[in-house]
Design a protein around this ligand. Structure first.
Ligand SMILES: [Zn+2]
Length: 378
């Protein structure tokens, strides 16, 4: 899931929005102004309902953003990089780079988000209570009460002990702390996420069939998403454990053959292709990487245009390249790899290309690690 547009930066972290968040925004706005508010506070004008619904929905998303920003800030304090924050269909996500180095850091990073939602919920609850005591009853009180409820719900839902929810990370931290085994913690949390997803689907479908309407289907959809995310987390945890401790330099294919971006596709096919054993070709300029051509991209050029098309024109551009340093932990590089369509990273030292990491390099490293474990009788 990629950001469709950027909102800017908060505490140095880019904040993006995926278009799918507009669906949720519209649903909430509509639900409040066409349903909840007119039912609870009848007799106001349509514009008043629309404005109150809009204001409540905007503040709700600001609260969601505050939740994610708190994850990002604490992650940074604990030495992790933060790729960005994104709001999308299922709320918000802070995309962290690398892994927490100990259970305590994991607990702080995961726990702060629900804590912030809880504080926001209590804050609006207190305002609603004061308004009620002061005799102010109406849309303002209704909006405050709704914001209090929804933020408390957000805090509670997020601490359910199931990956990929914050509570899943707390469970992972607890198991990790108790057993000293990070991978076991991840696997337990992922399994719990899987079970929770199945329960949500069952419950949502049951609600739908007994007349709860779209809300039931929505729960089922969230359950479906949780199962997918939990499955992926378990796979990544197992892969991470096989690759932990390895540096990029130990896995990369060193000194790959390179070409100049000005070479034509025809020239490449005639003079390089058959001598070339890899499926990706870095383009360099004075040793610096400027692009990456894959055989798939070359194959996509019609044969009558090959003489007039340069490699540069079909390459993955410099801005889209995934770069790594030789000393970097491979497990830190993995989450970045999946973002690039080509699944490859170029390894750069002092500005110069020194290697390339491809999916086959990584699967070879995983196999070697399993073999080593077998030999060691583990
Ligand atoms: Zn969170």
């Amino acid at each position: 899931m990629r950001a469709s547009f950027r909102l800017g930066r908060i505490v140095g972290v880019p904040v993006g929005v995926n278009w799918s968040v507009l669906v949720i925004f519209a649903l909430i706005w509509w639900g409040l102004s066409a349903n909840l508010f007119p039912r609870s506070y009848p007799g106001r004008s349509g514009v008043a309902y629309l404005l109150a619904g809009l204001a409540a929905a905007v503040v709700f998303f600001l609260g969601l953003l505050a939740h994610e920003v708190s994850h990002a800030v604490v992650a940074k304090r604990n030495g992790l990089g933060v790729e960005g924050i994104m709001l999308w269909l299922f709320g918000g996500v802070a995309q962290l780079r690398g892994e927490a180095r100990d259970p305590g850091a994991e607990l702080r990073i995961a726990g702060v988000g629900p804590l912030v939602s809880l504080i926001i919920g209590v804050f609006f609850g207190a305002i609603a209570m004061l308004l009620g005591l002061a005799g102010v009853h109406g849309l303002l009180l209704g909006a405050m009460a709704w914001l209090a409820g929804i933020n408390l719900l957000l805090a509670i839902f997020n601490i359910l002990p199931a990956a990929p929810l914050d509570g899943g990370r707390l469970l992972r931290a607890a198991v990790w702390k108790a057993t000293g085994d990070r991978t076991r913690g991840s696997v337990v949390a992922a399994r719990a996420g899987w079970i929770f997803g199945v329960v949500l689907i069952g419950f949502g479908l049951w609600r739908f069939l007994t007349g709860a309407g779209v809300g039931g289907l929505w729960l089922a959809l969230i359950g479906w998403f949780l199962i997918g995310a939990a499955t992926l987390e378990e796979r990544q945890a197992r892969m991470g454990s096989a690759l932990r401790g390895l540096r990029v330099a130990e896995v990369m294919t060193p000194q790959p053959q390179t070409a100049s971006g000005e070479m034509t596709v025809a020239d490449f096919v005639d003079n390089y292709l058959f001598a070339y054993r890899h499926t990706a070709l870095p383009l360099t300029e004075d040793g610096r990487p400027v692009g990456l051509v894959t055989l798939d991209r070359v194959r996509g050029v019609p044969s009558d245009q090959r003489a007039s098309t340069t490699l540069e024109a079909v390459a993955c551009r410099a801005g889209d390249l995934v770069l790594a340093s030789p000393d970097e932990q491979l497990t830190d590089l993995l989450p970045r790899l999946s973002e690039c369509a080509d699944g490859r990273a170029l390894v750069v030292a002092e500005g110069n290309l020194v290697g390339i990491v491809s999916p086959s390099d990584i699967s070879r490293a995983v196999q070697r690690s399993h073999l080593r474990d077998q030999v060691a009788g583990r």
